[in-house]
Design a protein around this ligand. Structure first.
Ligand SMILES: C[S@@+](CC[C@H](N)C(=O)[O-])C[C@H]1O[C@@H](n2cnc3c(N)ncnc32)[C@H](O)[C@@H]1O
Length: 208
């Protein structure tokens, strides 16, 4: 159970512990924005953002992941909560480009990818990945709609992440404002001497 929704966690074959607990508060925040809006949850894993948005009254929810196993968990969660969910198995960047070309627009877009910066030496290339992610996601957000962009890379500093997201939005010709800059929920406390323990960065923006 999380925020009143039921999920399936694969404790032995799933990713991390089987459930990404760290996004709990960010999922609740996004769910509050979802009512009556079309929602796109890219990198859905077990449907955490998607199912909570659907329960909160989203007009429709589409969940994208390249992993069949993840999508099976998301579909199972949708059934458990008796909400409709459209699951698409695809590479995230290609699918976002395809949706844009097809003219699809959403009131809420979530992009919560795996770590693009896996070690310090990947910082430059990984940072560019977050910029590209924002550039591809931004056109899908309708004017006045919301974008949640996240990074779980220990090696990606929060300031640089915010800069890369801002650059991506600018490249897409979009402006907006940050409504929430958050990390993990309080059950993931930070070590005061280890800035990298604040590994999760989540920005929620409203785009013009
Ligand atoms: C950090 S998890 C997402 C967690 C999820 N948003 C949640 O709230 O629990 C990253 C997900 O991205 C998927 N993934 C990784 N690379 C991908 C890609 N290139 N395209 C689409 N999905 C991808 C993985 O299968 C995994 O489910």
């Amino acid at each position: 159970m999380e925020n009143g929704a039921r999920f399936l966690a694969d404790l032995t074959g799933g990713q991390k512990t089987g459930w990404f607990y760290d996004q709990r508060d960010n999922r609740a925040f996004v769910a509050r924005l979802a009512q009556g809006r079309r929602v796109l949850d890219v990198y859905t894993y077990a449907g955490g953002f998607a199912v909570q948005a659907a329960l909160a009254g989203a007009a429709s929810v589409t969940a994208v992941d390249r992993s069949e196993h993840s999508l099976a968990l998301a579909e199972g969660a949708a059934r458990l909560n008796d909400v409709p969910l459209s699951c698409v198995r695809a590479e995230a960047f290609a699918e976002m480009a395809r949706l844009d070309a097809a003219g699809e627009r959403f009131g809420v877009v979530v992009v919560d990818p795996p770590a693009f910066v896996k070690s310090r030496k990947d910082l430059h290339s990984g940072a560019k990945g977050y910029r590209k992610m924002a550039r591809l996601a931004a056109p899908l957000v309708e004017p006045g709609g919301f974008l949640l962009a996240a990074s779980c890379s220990h090696h990606m500093p929060a300031e640089l992440f915010a800069e890369e997201i801002a650059h991506g939005l600018a490249q897409a010709g979009r402006s907006g404002r940050v409504l929430r800059a958050a990390g993990a929920a309080p059950d993931h406390p930070l070590h005061p001497m280890l800035p990298e323990s604040a590994y999760l960065k989540a920005l929620v923006l409203q785009l013009d």
